[in-house]
Ligand binder design. Structure first.
Ligand SMILES: Cc1cc2nc3c(=O)[nH]c(=O)nc-3n(C[C@H](O)[C@H](O)[C@H](O)COP(=O)(O)OP(=O)(O)OC[C@H]3O[C@@H](n4cnc5c(N)ncnc54)[C@H](O)[C@@H]3O)c2cc1C
Length: 415
């Protein structure tokens, strides 16, 4: 095994990981981003999740609440006409073209000086006392070991946390948000409007096949350029940490997708619909969480709590998808206002040089369900990246004032 040394290593190149790696590299820290697939973007490019939530507050007049790396991504997408919105349906979100997202994330990482390793699976980590010292990456040449002064886990599954011996937990006891396979349909003319109610009605009329599918309600979006329709309906109760369980979900989800296609073809104007893609990977909403210095709670939102260590604003509501009956709820923050997210929920309680962001952030059932979305993941990622860089380069404890100052200089919105 070779041993290369970095200031910061970020595991996982989804929205959170890209936010973390760019922010870290821009402080001058030598930064490695390790991603198991061969493109960046995570759910946005590998799971047909094509709507950024969390960028706008949900009140009567939506305000932008996430800047920094997310703002630059939006700027690049807008310049290429690859994003539409903001749209309002339950919440406020934008819809993007996933192929353009791949291009833009590559570009922004390259320009920031991030060293990106695609096709590298983080399979192990070592610790010395209360610190992670190295992680191990598997690729087609075998195993390679990388050292760093600080690490950020943005894998969504918490692989680095678990392998390095950091405290984690799976979901929140009995409560684990349901997984759903994002499904993309083509062949529907742009002028044919298909609503969530149309899909629910068509699913209700499936006959005996209705029993073989799960959800009937979903956000329905149309992509820029192709006008392909994307929805999140085929669901399954599985454990994403276990490949055997995951395999069952993938196979069943694909079977459901073909039945949903039948339903969509029955909607007026949609007879020529076809399946463009499933996933390719099943969409896991919740897996492990970091056990942090302080869990973020939905009560923090309801009570409009402010934090001295606020490093980002959240805006999305507590979006819960039930594993037992496949129902969904979205609790909106009071007045649709934004809320503060503290650094403490991204900081490991037992591993001093380890942070986590995105859907790994430490939240209770509804708090975690609110701050996991991609707009917010860019922001928690950015904060973790700067924190890791600061810790690696300067050593010692985290300096919150310096962290907030750097985030502000990078365009992050903190108030
Ligand atoms: C069906 C569904 C619908 C959703 N709808 C929306 C929506 O409309 N809008 C919204 O904003 N959010 C939505 N979400 C939530 C959102 O997709 C996630 O919460 C968000 O992507 C979290 O970002 P992340 O960067 O933490 O994780 P991810 O996007 O999951 O990225 C994690 C990355 O880490 C990589 N990785 C994992 N393990 C390893 C490893 N061991 N080594 C190396 N790399 C690894 C993965 O390949 C991936 O690229 C939805 C989620 C689902 C499942």
């Amino acid at each position: 095994m070779t041993h290369e040394t970095y200031d910061v290593i970020v595991a996982g190149g989804g929205s959170a990981g890209v936010g973390a790696a760019i922010a870290s590299a821009e402080t001058g820290a030598r930064t490695l981003l390790v991603e198991k697939y061969n493109c960046l973007g995570g759910a946005s490019t590998m799971r047909n999740v094509v709507t950024y939530c969390g960028l706008y507050s949900l009140g009567e007049t939506p305000e932008i609440v996430v800047g920094g790396v997310a703002a630059r991504v939006m700027e690049e997408l807008t310049r290429r006409n690859a994003v539409t919105g903001p749209h309002r349906h339950r919440g406020v979100y934008v819809v993007f073209d996933p192929e353009t997202v791949k291009l833009v994330l590559d570009k922004l990482c390259r320009e920031a000086g991030v060293e990106v390793l695609m096709g590298g699976f983080v399979v192990g980590a070592e610790r010395q006392n209360d610190r992670v010292s190295s992680l191990t990456v598997a690729d087609h040449s075998g195993l390679r070991k990388f050292r760093a002064g600080a690490f950020v886990d943005c894998t969504g599954e918490g692989d680095l946390l678990a392998q390095s011996g950091a405290d984690t937990r799976y979901g929140n006891g009995h409560d684990v948000n349901l997984g759903t396979l994002g499904t993309r349909f083509g062949g529907i003319p742009a002028e044919v409007e298909v609503t969530a109610i149309d899909i629910a009605t068509a699913v209700g009329q499936l006959g005996p096949n209705r029993k073989k599918v799960t959800k009937d309600k979903s956000v329905v979006t149309r992509l820029p350029f192709s006008h392909d329709l994307v929805c999140y309906v085929a669901s399954y109760d599985y454990d994403p940490r276990d490949a055997a369980s995951m395999s069952g979900a993938e196979e069943n989800g694909r079977q459901q997708a073909w039945i949903y296609l039948d339903a969509i073809r029955s909607i007026p104007g949609c007879a020529g619909a076809y399946l463009v893609s499933t996933g390719p990977e099943f969409g896991t909403r919740e897996s492990r969480h970091l056990q942090s210095q302080r869990m973020f709670r939905w009560d923090d939102v309801l009570e409009r709590r402010s934090f001295d260590d606020c490093i980002a604003l959240g805006a999305w509501g507590a979006e819960w998808h039930n594993r037992e009956d496949f129902s969904s709820t979205l609790d909106i923050p009071p007045g649709g206002a934004s809320y503060q997210i503290p650094m403490s929920c991204l900081t490991s309680r037992n591993t001093s040089n380890l942070f986590a962001a995105g859907r790994l952030a430490d939240g209770d059932k509804l708090g975690g369900a609110a701050i996991r979305v991609m707009g917010t993941a860019f922001a928690t990622g950015q904060a973790s990246g700067v924190a890791a860089a600061q810790m690696s380069v300067n050593g010692g404890a985290l300096n919150i004032d310096a962290l907030r100052k750097t985030l502000g200089a990078q365009g992050a919105i903190l108030a």
